[in-house]
Ligand binder design. Structure first.
Ligand code: 2Z3
Length: 329
């Protein structure tokens, strides 16, 4: 039985967290976005047109003695922000930290949308959602986690994302030194392939928790905390000078004073998003006004507890117990 850990680095404004992986023999090193909101491991590859590659590292299956083309298999994915990619599939050895999966489905990109081409530091995505939403056709493939979990001490992984500092993904164990207090556990609904859960309520600043069921997903691949419009309005009604700015596509407010904390419930516990985390990023060079880290989930169909929520906590994604654990740190 094994366990593993790998460090993940925050990009500017914690817009995404990038983590090193190795593919093939000899190992080809790429840096990808670990994404609990999807279930495809896809990478920039030598099968892409040169014009679509701007600084990214690419996977070359012909340069790997262990690669094996999955004949007839293709994939195509479109993400919530409208970005997309597609290509074909190889089985090859994938290593994360000290964990190796010999026959992992590696989805080689042939096409990527401009958002990916214009993100030079991101060489692809490693899905940590449930394999039920893997897009490979005709036969969906397993995620790295699904393939490695039988070798783990226990079938779970944990996230410890940080604000502007390296964090970590651990596989197969809960590091008691990584959190303080108790872990609040809540059942996972994986019927849509996501790490779904329902929060019982929320509070703004130091007020008491209001009962308000919030169904959403724990999603490392989404930058912000996207909540029902009514809750977002209630929050920003307590932020001086906050207003919805359609040109920015969300609520903006003066960068000082620091806005109130946002608290959401997890079972009988709470998670506090400090006000200074709600200050997502300045929208002007004078740093006068800031774009909010809490925005509306309108049109998505569920809320998204993205990096703004996750980086305040140590979170356990437990596939064995089908539960999420949230703890302060
Ligand atoms: C509808 C709300 C979801 C939007 C979410 N995207 C995001 O949150 C992107 C992530 C990103 C970071 C850096 C560079 C490019 C994109 N950030 C973003 O829209 N913003 C705009 C607001 O300011 C903050 C940055 C998303 O599609 N997340 C994907 C995974 C991302 C796809 C694009 C590349 C980065 C990963 C997801 O898998 O988590 C998903 F669950 F949303 C999904 O679409 N699953 C199928």
């Amino acid at each position: 039985r094994q366990t593993g850990t790998v460090e993940t680095d925050a990009e500017k404004h914690d817009v995404e967290y990038l983590t090193p992986i190795s593919i093939g023999t000899p190992p080809q090193d790429l840096i990808v976005d670990f994404d609990t909101g999807s279930s495809d491991l896809w990478v920039f590859s030598t099968e892409m047109a040169a014009k679509d590659i701007k600084g990214q590292a690419v996977y070359d299956p012909n340069n790997s003695s262990t690669s094996e083309k999955l004949q007839g298999s293709t994939w195509q994915i479109t993400y919530g922000d409208g970005s997309s990619s597609s290509g074909d599939v190889y089985l090859d050895t994938v290593t994360i930290g000290n964990l190796t999966v010999p026959n992992q489905a590696v989805e080689a990109a042939k096409k990527v949308s401009d958002e990916f081409t214009d993100d030079p530091n991101n060489d692809g995505l490693l899905g940590l959602g449930f394999s039920s939403i893997n897009t490979v056709q005709p036969t969906p493939q397993n995620t790295f986690f699904d393939n490695v979990k039988k070798n783990l001490d226990t079938p779970l992984f944990t996230t410890d994302l940080k604000h502007g500092a390296p964090g970590s993904y651990n596989f197969g164990y809960i590091d008691p030194a990584a959190y303080i207090g108790n872990i609040s556990w809540t059942p996972v609904d994986n019927s849509q392939g996501f790490w779904g859960f329902t929060s019982p309520g929320y509070a703004v600043g130091t007020e008491t928790l209001r009962n308000h069921s919030i169904s959403g997903i724990a999603d490392t691949g989404t930058t912000l905390l996207l909540l029902p419009k009514s809750i977002v309005k209630a929050y920003y009604s307590e932020v001086q000078g906050a207003q919805y700015d359609s040109s920015q596509g969300g609520y903006v407010f003066p960068c000082s004073p620091t806005p109130p904390d946002f608290v959401f419930g997890v079972n009988n516990g709470i998670v506090t998003v400090p006000g200074d985390m709600v200050l997502y990023a300045p929208i002007d060079s004078a740093n006068q006004n800031c774009f909010g880290g809490i925005q509306s989930d309108t049109g998505i169909g569920f809320s998204i507890f993205g990096d703004v929520a996750l980086k305040t906590s140590f979170v356990v994604f437990d596939a064995g117990g089908l539960q999420l654990g949230w703890a302060a740190k």
